[in-house]
Design a protein around this ligand. Structure first.
Ligand code: LLP
Length: 418
């Protein structure tokens, strides 16, 4: 059941009408449903009930403190890729012992802070990173729990920018060299191999690539066992897709069974790092139609949200549904929904059949993942406000940026300190 629903032709998030919300808080506005986040997380938890597991929500998908707070209260762990994300998790009340640290280029400072915070595991992506982590751990008089992120050379059949498990990609350690690197890791003081990890990509709509990846990793776990290296967990990353345009998404139970099936003979905790599938459908972006610009060739609806607020359509040609919050009663025409930014790539949607009037509020659906998280200040546009709806209650979880914040930290030449 979606927590976005219509009542008397008006779109609601839980108990709150979105037209009233836009009137009160302005647009562009990100709106999240607490119930939807909880529902998605609970679906993972239920599907994993019979297997020892840790769900580490991928913070990069939506790192608002309130979103992290909702998930931390449910007992979630977190997958982080920067110290900024770690500090967010801690600020939101997340448990560092349930944090895994991914990312191809962790700095010494990142390592030091994460060690000191006592995270669960470093997902190491190269030999050079392993060497550096060993040095930093020894300097800190601590032991770094690690898994190696293995690149299984599996085709996730997704957009090339978000496929990460092919040997052409910068991610992970080639599966052929993983065994010898584990042997080296096991012998390094300051390093304790506890797991194995992979993440093959995002917005994946078939189970087969996951099955292929888990088969590769399980084979490696067996070889490691023969070498006397016993691991405690297997981390299969995130990547499960969502339906943006009516795509068929694997049922969560089928996805989880495909992962846990091959693990039955092994005593391994299953770690997952879902991002999109937890938050995408829990968010919408509200935007106001400022002007209608019909031309002889094309009809443009100019809205107040732009590529700086929601980058996915511009960057990946991603399709997200755009619906009116209330029916305007105008005649339906085919519109390109475009923003104020000075780039031809600045569109939220193309060729959409909609009945529009200026002043209408539109909702871009499926905007809870990689929406605000990828927003920028391009064209000196303050980033939108974010609200989290919980039943009838609206929490303002990020104030709209003021113009002054755009140049905070900058100075003119005459005002600069030398
Ligand atoms: N773990 C690692 C190591 C990752 O790199 C990612 C996503 C995830 C987990 C979470 O994957 P998910 O469950 O969300 O698919 N900006 C793109 C998506 C980039 C994904 C990057 N890595 C988009 O808007 O489609």
């Amino acid at each position: 059941m979606s927590h976005f629903h219509r009542m008397d032709a008006t779109l609601f998030c839980e108990g709150v009408a979105l037209d009233a919300l836009a009137a009160t808080h302005g647009t562009p506005l990100y709106v999240y449903s607490r119930g939807e986040i909880e529902q998605a997380y609970s679906a993972y938890r239920a599907a994993l009930a019979h297997h020892d597991h840790l769900i580490c929500y991928a913070v990069k998908a939506n790192s608002n403190l309130a979103v992290l707070d909702v998930l931390a209260r449910l007992g979630a762990g977190f997958d982080i890729v920067s110290i900024g994300e770690l500090e967010r998790v801690l600020a939101a009340g997340g448990n560092p012992e349930k944090v895994v640290f991914s990312g191809v280029c962790k700095t010494r400072e990142d390592m030091r802070r994460a060690l000191q915070a006592g995270i669960h595991c470093f997902n190491v992506e190269s030999e050079a990173e392993l060497d550096m982590l060993a040095v930093v751990a020894e300097e800190s008089n601590l032991v770094a729990p690690i898994s190696l992120r293995v690149n299984p050379d599996v085709d996730a059949r997704t957009h090339p920018y978000i496929a990460t498990g092919l040997k052409d990609n910068k991610f992970g350690i080639a599966i052929g060299t993983a065994l010898s690197l584990y042997r080296k890791a096991a012998a390094l003081p300051g390093i304790q191999p506890i797991g194995i990890d992979c993440h093959i990509g995002s917005q994946i709509l078939n189970i087969e690539p996951f099955s292929e990846a888990v088969a590769h990793l399980v084979r490696l776990v067996d070889q490691l066992g023969e070498s006397g290296i016993e691991l405690k967990h297997i981390d299969l990353g995130g990547g499960l897709g969502v339906s943006y345009e009516g795509e068929t998404v694997p049922a969560i139970g089928d996805y989880i069974s495909a992962l846990t099936g091959p693990l039955e003979a092994h005593n391994l905790t299953l770690i997952l790092e879902p991002g999109r599938s937890i938050v995408a459908n829990a968010g919408v972006l509200l935007t106001r139609v400022e002007y209608l610009k019909p031309t002889t060739h094309k009809n443009f609806a100019l809205v107040d949200a732009a590529m700086n607020d929601l980058l996915r359509p511009a960057l990946y040609g991603a399709w997200q549904d755009i619906v009116p919050v209330t029916a305007s009663g105008n005649i339906t025409r085919c519109w390109d929904i475009v923003g104020p930014v000075c780039e031809t790539g600045d569109f939220l949607g193309k060729s959409r059949d909609l009945a529009l009037r200026s002043g209408d509020i539109l909702a871009v659906m499926g905007a809870g993942a990689y929406g605000f998280a990828m927003a920028s200040n391009y064209n000196s546009r303050p980033r939108p406000a974010e609200v989290l709806i919980d039943g009838d209650t609206t929490h303002i979880v990020r104030a709209r940026e003021s113009l002054e914040t755009l140049w905070a930290g900058e100075s003119t030449i005459s005002g600069a300190s030398l």
